[in-house]
Ligand binder design. Structure first.
Ligand code: C5P
Length: 227
């Protein structure tokens, strides 16, 4: 299991200061909508300048018509990131179009599909998708596998079942982790590190419990010790 630290701070300077604090640890960094829209490619370059070995997950959750998603995926190829994601609910044709567009590259980032956002409570999810989270997450994972993606974003509670209906190598990445039972914030389906590990999760994403702490490096150290 690997730790991916969410860089969701209000300014580029604060994100870079956080990276400086945790740079001794072997972690992935997640650049999401807030940071990427504001700071763009220059931010990715600034991260690589601190340590070129940092692996970057670009969490933009693409959702559009198939051709536009594939165009965006090709633009992402030029950024040198190691992982990005799309929404499974964009459909199999969209996911397949993205993957076939990337075939011509010798190597490509890991591509994941978002199943159910971890901020959804069960009733909120059903109001949108008209199925339970568990059922729909399984179906989205199957669609992603059949479309050639490498894995899914899901909550720790869906990870085990998804591994069973896909295969062991099909990756799960789980946000909504509160490593030692911290405040959930807007997340609804939260799990701790030990639970994620028991659910065969490949990547845990942790944001607020790290960047809102007095000592981010110590929190990262404690999480990494449990991986
Ligand atoms: O602060 P916290 O640990 O809740 O951060 C979780 C991060 O993971 C946020 O950047 C959020 O956008 C992202 N995320 C999520 N649920 C998903 C996909 C991504 O919380 N399904």
């Amino acid at each position: 299991m690997e730790l991916c630290v969410a860089l969701d701070l209000p300014t580029k300077e604060e994100n870079l200061a956080l990276i400086e604090k945790i740079k001794a640890h072997d972690v992935w960094l997640k650049v999401g909508l807030r940071s990427y829209i504001r700071d763009g490619e220059a931010f990715l370059q600034a991260i690589k300048k601190i340590n070129p070995d940092f692996k970057i997950f670009l969490d933009l959750k693409l959702y559009d018509i198939p051709n536009t998603m594939a165009d965006a995926a090709e633009s992402i190829m030029g950024l040198g990131v190691d992982m990005f994601n799309v929404h499974a609910s964009a459909g199999k044709r969209a996911m397949q179009t993205v993957m076939s567009r990337l075939e011509k590259y010798e190597s490509r980032p890991i591509v994941l599909a978002v199943t159910a956002l971890t901020s959804f409570a069960a009733d909120e999810f059903e109001a949108v998708y008209e199925k339970s989270i568990a059922k729909k997450a399984n179906q989205f994972a199957q669609d992603a596998l059949e479309s050639g993606l490498d894995g899914v974003v899901c909550s720790a509670f869906e990870s085990q079942a998804i591994k069973e209906i896909t295969n062991e190598k099909f990756m799960t990445l789980t946000p909504g982790i509160r490593p030692f039972g911290e405040d959930a914030g807007d997340q609804k389906r939260v799990a701790d590190v030990a639970f994620a590990k028991s659910a065969a999760v490949d990547f845990i994403v942790v944001g607020r419990p790290i960047y809102q702490s007095e000592n981010p490096s110590e929190v990262v150290r404690k999480i990494v010790a449990q991986l």
